[in-house]
Design a protein around this ligand. Sequence first.
Ligand code: 5AD
Ligand code: SF4
Length: 443
Amino acid sequence: MAEAKKLFIKTYGCQMNVYDSERMVEAMGAQGYEQTERAEDADMILLNTCHIREKAAEKVYSELGRMKPLKAAKPDLKIGVAGCVAQAEGEEIMRRQPLVDLVVGPQSYHRLPQMEEKIRTGAKALETDFPQEDKFLHLPKERLPKKGPTAFLTVQEGCDKFCAFCVVPYTRGAEVSRPAERLLGEARALVERGVREITLLGQNVNAYHGEGEGGTWGLARLIRTMAKIDGLERIRFTTSHPNDMEDDLIAAHGDCEKLMPYLHLPVQSGSDKILKLMNRKHTAESYLRLIERIRGARPDLMLSGDFIVGFPGETEADFQDTLALVEAVGYGQAYSFKYSARPGTPAAERPGVDAAEADDRLQRLQALLGRQQKAAQDAMVGREVKVLFEKAGRLEGQLVGKSEYLHAVHCDAPAEMSGTIQKVRITNSSSNSLGGTLVSGAA
Ligand code: 5AD
Ligand code: SF4
């Protein structure tokens, strides 16, 4: 048998891209490729890119630049760009970096095999259409052996919200939900391969409205039905928009045991003026009321969020409103970004905030969020949590896994406990993880 060709794939950005990369590895597997962790060994390099902030796209171009010697050493090496930069820049990528052979947008991954055949003849291949079909449906059915007990499952893609700063509605297109039956089938297949925790993914996951038995299903119904799968222990979902947190989904946080008490619910800003300019269609007050209701259903819920500082028009007073909202909510974890103008989005036309001022705000916000994160972690010390062990830990004899609250937990435990859920008493909190000891008597 001919030796397998090697594919090196580098993934930037969100979990959706991580999921897509796995599917691309499967698609290329059918073309005789196997994955390698070393770019130098590769016959094909794919960059799965992110366009959400400026630096990400620039990083892609510098990464491509660094590939020149690899291509010089191996003229047959094929280089491809996938993901949202591919969608947004299209042909421009090949113009700016002629060593690129293939450009494929996120909705066209099922075309990869044909594209690979085309570039093998020395031609270039470009696909950035938005076909009306489920891109995952065309990928090979046989799955790779699963490496760990956790998996992502994309349930919807795209977004119709058009926040004024965001490229997603342009790069990922309109909101499309995958049919419920297919997702339940994929979830069952994952569980058969040893997966115990599934994270449902979507740019606007709680806007999910897929075809299911008896009509259209919302996310809560999908979660409740998925929770009936034996052997599946945990369900998470990300990322949500506050306006799509429907009553049933809030209720599920209270009564669906397998739904984990962690919610990523971006608010972006605490100023109503800025929220309006961002086209968010909610206010700081409505967000706070929503949080209250979700916490009413699940008091120990750990909250996470996204924030943008320095959005065009943001004054110091607006920024203070953001700090006040953060104080009022108390986040367990959060991501914060300096606004970056994305070409083609409405906000890109507006005069920006002074860069030094935006840097300063970002630092102040991150200091506050960092204090909250530390406080939430420290509050776990002395408590008993359930940890799904995923792999060997930093030290000999240790395993590491995630608590219900998505904290990384290190613990002395026998290797055969990997892939199982165990009770752990938290004994210490360090910068990015917790440490604990096994509670005898198992989970
Ligand atoms: N500038 C800065 N941050 C952005 N995000 C999205 N677009 C931009 C932008 N143009 C952030 C938002 C979003 C997260 C995924 O990335 O906070 O929730
Ligand atoms: Fe972008 Fe999220 Fe707004 Fe959609 S809801 S436009 S993905 S920030």
